[in-house]
Design a protein around this ligand. Structure first.
Ligand SMILES: [Zn+2]
Length: 144
């Protein structure tokens, strides 16, 4: 197994693109990554996906909805009976290794050996969009 490289945020908000990093507020970049995903009970899938990336935090942001669509499609194409199972985004691969894996049909052990696991998975909460009442302001208005 390789050294952990990036942090991961699996973005569950379909309407939030995170064009800015939720941690440091820097503009995120679009970049393609080879992701390695484990699907229960014991299946590994590697795929190429465009994600958002913060170069200061080493944070990769993946839209959960998009990812699940790709996973669905791959499972369907390969007649894998694992659609809807629990999955885990395990890490990333170098592009050259990913290509090698596609050609030589890496087994899960070989795949693991070429994967950089994520350092950690971060969660961010988004404030609800729209009008947010300010309780202090309301109080002031009442006392006047
Ligand atoms: Zn950042």
């Amino acid at each position: 197994m390789l050294e952990a490289k990036y942090y991961l945020f699996l973005n569950p908000y379909p309407k939030h693109a995170f064009s800015h990093c939720p941690k440091c507020n820097t503009r995120t970049k679009m970049r393609k990554y080879c992701l390695v995903i484990h699907i229960e009970p014991r299946h590994f899938i590697s795929l190429n996906k465009t994600c958002r990336y913060c170069q200061y935090c080493n944070l990769i942001i993946i839209k959960k909805q998009d990812l699940e669509q790709v996973l669905y499609w791959i499972c369907e194409q390969n007649s894998l009976n694992i659609i809807g199972n629990d999955y885990f985004v395990y890490g990333t691969m170098e592009r050259k290794d990913w290509k090698k894996g596609q050609q030589n049909k890496f087994d899960s052990k070989q795949l693991m050996e070429h994967t950089y696991p994520f350092k950690d998975i971060w969660l961010f909460e988004v404030e609800p969009a729209g009008w947010v009442s300010n309780p202090n302001k309301d109080k002031k208005a009442c006392s006047n």
